[in-house]
Design a protein around this ligand. Structure first.
Ligand SMILES: [Zn+2]
Length: 586
């Protein structure tokens, strides 16, 4: 297996500030010395995921996840350690050389980016060639200009099984990269193109690198109108917006984003001069999208299709936004149209007008469901449904505002509203509790001996210089193998080496158990005394156990009317030992 020098690993760890890296996935808030946020590894409502910048590690008090910055990337992106180091190295501009004889000169991520770049430029070329003429005509006919198409690198994948396959064959790409790219599939004769006879919309990451594609069927009887790249190491659907690299700055300066569902909608609006537009790519809008967009704006205009599916998606996206403290406004897209049709038919001025007249999500919800005219039972159900969504909103001001609107619009008394809301909160809490995964099987370390070993480790982490020697000379007392390993590593790597130590645990549940110990911030007063007492416990505990067992045996013998004088002697010898042990330590 490929290896990376420790020096490189350390350099990358030092550059890749763990708060910085985790912040790209989790909305972190500072509390004391550490940062807290909603855990990305389990579903939760109150933050139990913490990052300790000084220790360069993270730990979730809910599910037990924990480790260094590399472990975080490994878990989050489902990568090996080497791949995680490479990814961060790439991101922070540190070259990662692999000391391996194999021809892995180009590593996975470089290869994946290259494959996507080849695909994007090849497809773009085809669109403007004879093979893509019909597709190009269609796009131009839909009102898109050549300039727009070229700017967003729209392309065409011809109706062939091995078009792209041929382009990358023999260029040194590993089987793994080809498999993980999501650009190919497996046919009877081996690797084949995934996208065939489709108009191709390249999806870029923040820096403008192509990481995936959305493909719209063209001139084929394939029933799937849109096909997207699958999740890959480069592409996480619920964190990516189509067009983000071009329009994020416009979103920031406008103070809002116009969110659409389709690539064509996006291109049409942007061409019509609406610059702060973004599109979700290939998946429904989730809380993770909301977290992402919350980094650049606090207000989103939803401009989804004006059909029933579009309405449902609007509500889902809208409540996900509200629950992440982002204002959700709904643009009245005419029934039966999508924003693309709308802009083409009525001009972008009409769309701009619609944005100006957008309604807050809750007003839209009540209006669309005809709340005022519903029979009592249905109206009550609707209120319950809405209250459950509101129960998920953390921000008190937003929540009260929503409750007030709901009460006013439906003429519900304040007391009744509060009562119903409480019920909804409880229902929500219960449903979350049952969904919450049980903490991973952590080693519980509950015996006196294990606890003493843990206290020593914590003292060592906190006051390395003060207790180092004491611990060093008693290393044999660490009877628990993984605690023994931890203390050896801490001594070897020295002060402030928590992250390095964690990385030495390849077994996930072991690593998490150790992370839980290392993150503990409770201050230990007089660490030298604590260590001394713990060492004493470790030394004497086996003797105490022996005494206890012997006592039990004596009681058994006595109950059976047998002689126990030997054992009584043994006990007094053990007591002697115990006394000596405590004396030598003083
Ligand atoms: Zn968790």
């Amino acid at each position: 297996m490929a290896r990376i020098s420790q020096e490189t690993i350390d350099r990358i760890r030092n550059s890749a500030d763990i708060v910085d890296v985790v912040s790209q996935y989790v909305n972190l808030k500072k509390r004391g010395r550490n940062f807290f946020g909603l855990c990305p590894f389990h579903d939760e409502r109150t933050p139990s995921f913490s990052v300790a910048p000084e220790k360069e590690m993270y730990h979730c008090f809910g599910c037990g996840a924990g480790g260094s910055v590399f472990n975080f990337i490994m878990e989050h992106e489902n990568l090996s350690f080497v791949e995680a180091v490479q990814q961060l190295g790439l991101h922070y501009g540190i070259e990662v050389a692999l000391s391996s004889a194999s021809n892995e000169s180009k590593h996975l991520f470089t290869q994946l980016y290259e494959l996507h770049e080849i695909a994007a430029s090849t497809y773009a070329k085809v669109l403007f060639s004879e093979r893509g003429q019909a597709a190009l005509d269609y796009l131009l006919d839909r009102g898109l200009t050549e300039e727009t198409l070229k700017f967003y690198r729209v392309g065409f994948a011809p109706d062939a099984w091995e078009f792209l396959t041929e382009k990358v064959k023999g260029k040194g790409y590993s089987r793994e990269s080809v498999d993980k790219s999501g650009l190919f599939g497996k046919g009877k004769l081996g690797v084949v193109d995934r996208f065939r006879s489709r108009i191709m919309f390249p999806i870029m990451n923040r820096t403008g690198k192509v990481i995936a594609f959305g493909g719209r069927v063209f001139d084929s009887d394939d029933p799937a109108k849109y096909m997207n790249s699958p999740e890959t190491p480069l592409y996480h659907k619920s964190e990516v917006f189509y067009g983000y690299h071009k329009t994020a700055s416009a979103v920031r300066s406008a103070g809002s984003a116009v969110m659409v569902e389709g690539y064509m909608d996006f291109l049409q609006l942007i061409q019509g001069g609406i610059e702060n537009v973004l599109a979700v790519s290939g998946t429904a809008f989730t809380g993770r999208h909301a977290v992402q967009i919350g980094k650049i704006t606090q207000k989103v205009y939803l401009a989804y299709d004006g059909d029933e599916a579009g309405q449902k998606a609007t509500l889902r996206a809208g409540y996900a936004l509200l629950q992440n403290n982002i204002a959700a406004m709904v643009v009245p897209v005419p029934e039966g149209m999508d924003p693309d049709d709308w802009a083409r038919n009525d001009g972008s001025a009409a769309v701009l007008d619609g944005i100006k007249n957008a309604k807050p999500l809750l007003n839209y919800h009540l209006e669309k469901s005809g709340a005022l005219n519903l029979p009592a039972v249905e109206r009550s159900n609707l209120v319950k449904e809405i209250l459950e969504e509101i129960a998920g909103v953390n921000d008190g001001i937003i929540r009260d505002d929503l409750l007030q609107t709901l009460a006013n619009k439906l003429n519900i008394g304040e007391n009744e509203m509060i009562k119903q809301f409480r019920t909804a909160v409880n229902r929500k809490r219960n449903s979350f509790q049952s969904r919450e995964p049980k903490p991973t099987e952590l080693k519980l370390f509950s015996t006196v001996v294990q606890k003493a070993q843990i206290e020593i480790i914590r003292s060592l982490v906190q006051s390395f210089r003060d207790v180092k020697e004491q611990v060093k000379s008693n290393i044999d007392l660490f009877s628990e193998p993984i605690l023994n390993k931890t203390v050896q590593l801490l001594l070897e790597y020295g002060f402030g080496s928590t992250a390095e130590v964690l990385e030495e645990f390849e077994n996930k549940s072991e690593r998490e158990a150790i992370a839980k110990i290392l993150i503990n911030e409770q201050k230990i007063e007089d660490p030298q005394i604590v260590v001394k007492e713990c060492i004493q416990t470790l030394q004497t505990q086996p003797i105490r156990m022996k005494i206890q067992n012997t006592r039990l045996k004596i009681r058994e013998l006595e109950a059976a009317g047998k002689d126990s004088s030997d054992l009584i002697l043994e006990i007094s010898q053990l007591h002697q030992q115990l006394k000596q042990q405590t004396k030598t330590d003083q």
